[in-house]
Design a protein around this ligand. Structure first.
Ligand SMILES: [Zn+2]
Length: 394
């Protein structure tokens, strides 16, 4: 079954070979979907025949968003903590524990229902690929359960047993790190592709964090890292040297940190919804981009430090407060996320890519930042299938 999407006013391909700016933008374009893949991209007038044709009448199309950082497997909610924070209380890493208690007590079906709802909301806002972390179990059995459930929804599952020290280990954090590197990692390994650690005061120090990453690497996992969210850190250079795919948050970076990332394959992933919701300073995308680093933008969707799963929302903040151009923010939310997950099949609409298309009820991708808070996602194709249709029915 082939479908020709035609009448695209402005198409973002993210295909550098097209020599149309960083977004590889085409006007009056068409995309041929064959099965799950993009089979042809080009001028609408030159489009090949297809089993069916869908005319978008000038709408903009971008690759489905790639949300490379989220924590969707949890129970409970923390709106009270958010309200207290907005009323003046400081954010600290320890609030995670209330989510841990609720998550441990929740049934598999309860957790599935939450992930399912978050995934549906993500799709509705144009996200077709998302990463999902564990980290609210903090014991072997629950972490393995969260990894297994996350894997029912995405291939990009990350084990973050080292989110904070498990409550039973408060007096023996090094003992907890040994558990994470040992039995907990072994129990989660069958369900996950990545390992992550929260390197921050109140969570794990640099030595503990590196020990966790090294254990993950020995187990064949890709490496991710939460760092420099609440203060400066000395881990960045070592994490880059270990081959981390992505370092996430990146607010308090030294010049040496920026240079280390710029000279490497490690992606800097910025998470503006977390700064928004914790009233922390925003990192500068401009500084990283000017240095030559690859930058992604993601939601960090989680019940504590930022409960938004909207990529359009983070694009709007990124442009307004982190000094991305609109173009750079859209690239970071699509190709940048794919880079952060080391995926070549998503985040672009070149021939052979997965046919993940987000169709906007707008003439240009620029409206994503220009019209913040407005639902502009009209239709979403995932793997060639129309799975979201927000058009009003008559
Ligand atoms: Zn996070």
């Amino acid at each position: 079954m082939s479908t020709l999407i035609t009448g695209i006013g402005r198409l973002v391909t993210n295909d550098p070979a097209r020599d149309r700016g960083p977004l590889g933008e085409l006007t009056d374009a068409a995309v041929l979907i064959d099965g799950e893949q993009v089979a042809w991209v080009g001028d609408a007038h030159a489009a090949p025949p297809a089993d069916e044709a869908v005319d978008l009448d000038g709408a903009a199309v971008i690759p489905g968003f790639v949300d490379s950082h989220s924590h969707p497997v949890f129970a409970g909610e923390r709106s009270e903590e958010f309200a207290a924070r907005m009323a003046g209380q400081r954010y600290a890493a320890g609030g995670i524990m209330s989510t841990v208690t609720a998550t441990r007590a929740a049934s598999d079906d309860r957790l599935r229902a939450t992930v399912s709802r978050i995934r549906a909301e993500m799709l509705d806002e144009g996200t077709t690929t998302f990463e999902a972390k564990t980290g609210y179990g903090l014991d072997v059995a629950t972490e393995a359960r969260l990894a297994r459930i996350a894997a029912e929804f995405t291939d990009e599952v990350t084990f973050i047993g080292a989110h904070v020290v498990g409550p039973e280990w408060r007096d023996d954090p090094d003992g907890y790190v040994d558990l994470v590197r040992g039995d907990m990692l072994a129990a989660c390994r069958p369900h996950v592709r990545w390992i992550d650690v929260f390197c921050e005061e109140g969570a794990f120090n640099v030595d503990q964090s590196l020990a966790v990453l090294e254990a993950g690497r020995r187990a064949g996992l890709g490496l991710r890292l939460h760092a420099a969210q609440l203060g400066p850190t000395s881990i960045i250079g070592d994490a880059v040297a270990l081959g981390a795919a992505s370092i996430d948050h990146c607010t308090f970076l030294s010049d040496a940190d920026v240079d280390a990332m710029a000279g490497s394959q490690t992606v800097a992933t910025l998470l503006p919804a977390a700064e928004f919701s914790t009233r922390q300073p925003y990192p500068s995308a401009r500084r990283l981009l000017d240095a030559g680093a690859t930058v992604a933008i993601a939601t960090d969707c989680n019940p504590g430090s930022g409960f938004s799963n909207s990529m359009p929302f983070v694009i709007a903040i990124g442009v307004r407060d982190m000094h991305f151009t609109v173009e750079q923010a859209v690239w970071a939310a699509t190709a940048g996320g794919a880079n952060a997950l080391q995926r070549t099949d998503v985040g672009h609409l070149g021939v052979g890519a997965r046919a993940d298309l987000t169709i906007l009820d707008a003439p240009s991708y620029r409206h994503l930042a220009y019209r913040p808070g407005v639902q502009l996602v009209e239709r979403v194709y995932s793997g060639g299938e129309l799975i979201v249709d927000n058009r009003p029915c008559d």
